[in-house]
Design a protein around this ligand. Structure first.
Ligand code: FAD
Length: 409
């Protein structure tokens, strides 16, 4: 896998990084060489291709196709996909480290990458038949963006109340009808994992997952205008008589609910990574400003104890969020039970992201409140962490249920 990561590094046209960030030794937060290599690739990617366009992408509410292509060309869109399907065959920790690093620069680019890797690639890799894996993983590794279409107007937290129907035809194929809401990457995606109920009479046990190609009739009805992560597309989709071959059922008929739950359980660690990246990105910008740029009363504003204690508090919270996130990822990589840790990491990291971005604005004063330095953007981008892939209440509910299970018997 290291070889692949190096190959990605070499095949990228990105210029070398001026300096590598010092490694931490003997810490839970010191990573394997392949993870560090991916981080270095992303730092260069950010410097050369993302950072110069952050404000423009936010204003245009779009990530240009050229940047999506660059993510593919740099080898960042198939992190865990085995080499035989064109991926890097790297760890889940590597996948979320990439998300964290991208989010330090642009949380919209981070979520595009996160949904593609931790939801779509994972669904196809874990539950796809040989046919599905051979057909779709190479496309998802090299050029075609994926989207995960579960939510609907009346099915958000109660995701399995979905109304999209899958009608089974006599030859075993299916016809999908319904609508999906708030679908990340929905505007640009060419491959969708779609959840539909094939047997509503039996409730959630009828929910089935399908791999659906856009050309089969997935229509983008609308792209939402949002508070934050504005460059990331969030689409309303219509599925009108979309014919899906039987061989495109993901996993088994009626097991869509299980696929969605398991996928989102690990996907939440990706969102925790996005949130930790937001917190660090806002922190880095503001703390550098208070120690290097802004003087009041004859000294750098960071030298006042009132500022230093706040900075210390936020730094501590970011450290805790990262420990939780990489602990959850490590348990997952080791094949352990990680649901509680993932929910805790997402819940906490999203709170830290909001606080850190809010404080960063205050530390930068008037400059922080303007659009000039993009710190206000981190604040807007942080808010989504409490909403998608399970709201904060849903994370608390998951954590509480598992605590009850442990202690009530
Ligand atoms: C930018 C964005 C991107 C998204 N991307 C995707 C995507 O790619 N794919 C996809 O399928 N979905 C996506 N979603 C949908 C997202 O997962 C849902 O918005 C989320 O699950 C919450 O559902 P809801 O919006 O219907 O809120 P609701 O479920 O209506 O919740 C409203 C409030 O009620 C609370 N609540 C609900 N039920 C309970 C309960 N049982 N106990 C306590 N409180 C409760 C919630 O915590 C929340 O505060 C995205 C959403 C957004 C905004």
């Amino acid at each position: 896998m290291l070889r692949i990561a190096r190959r990605s590094l070499l095949r990228s046209s990105i210029s070398p990084s001026p300096s590598l960030i010092p490694r931490r030794h003997n810490s839970i937060l010191s990573f394997s060489e392949d993870v560090e290599l991916f981080r270095d690739v992303v730092r260069r990617f950010n410097t050369d291709l993302v950072q110069p366009n952050v404000s423009a992408m936010d204003a245009a509410e779009q990530i240009p196709a050229s940047l999506v292509s660059a993510l593919f060309d740099t080898g960042l869109m198939a992190v865990e996909t085995p080499e035989e399907y064109g991926g890097a065959g790297a760890s889940f920790t590597a996948a979320v480290a990439i998300v964290e690093e991208l989010a330090k620069c642009d949380p919209s680019v981070a979520v595009l990458n996160d949904v593609h890797n931790t939801l779509v690639n994972t669904c196809v890799r874990k539950w796809g038949s040989d046919y599905i894996k051979q057909t779709y993983l190479p496309q998802l590794a090299t050029s075609k963006l994926g989207a995960f279409a579960l939510s609907e107007p009346s099915a958000g937290s109660d995701a399995f109340a979905l109304k999209t129907r899958a009608r089974k035809l006599p030859d075993g194929d299916f016809v999908l009808n319904g609508g999906k809401m708030w679908i990340t990457n929905g505007g640009e995606a060419e491959i969708f994992v779609v959840f539909a109920n094939a047997e509503p009479e039996i409730g959630y046990r009828g929910i089935t997952a399908f791999v659906v190609e856009k050309d089969w009739g997935v229509k983008v009805v609308k792209k939402e205008h949002k508070l934050g992560i504005r460059a990331s597309s969030t689409a309303v989709l219509a599925l009108d008589d979309v014919h899906v071959p039987a061989k495109n059922v993901l996993g088994h008929y009626g097991k869509g609910y299980k696929i969605a739950i398991e996928c989102l359980n690990e996907g939440r660690i990706g969102i925790a990574a996005q949130m930790a990246g937001i917190a660090q990105g806002a922190f880095d910008r503001a703390v550098s400003y208070v120690y290097r740029d802004r003087k009041q009363f004859g000294k750098f504003v960071g030298e006042f104890q009132g500022m230093q204690f706040q900075i210390a508090q936020v730094a501590t919270e970011i450290e805790a969020a990262r420990l939780m996130l990489y602990n959850a990822a490590a348990i997952k990589d080791a094949g352990g039970e990680f649901v509680t840790e993932a929910a805790m990491a997402k819940l906490y990291a999203s709170q830290v992201a909001e606080r850190a971005a809010s404080k960063a604005i205050e530390w930068m004063g008037g400059v922080g409140f303007t659009r000039e330095e993009s710190v206000e953007k981190f604040y807007r981008d942080a808010k989504i962490g409490a909403i998608y892939e399970g709201t904060s209440n849903i994370q608390l509910q998951t954590i509480a249920k598992l605590i009850q299970k442990k202690y009530a018997n």
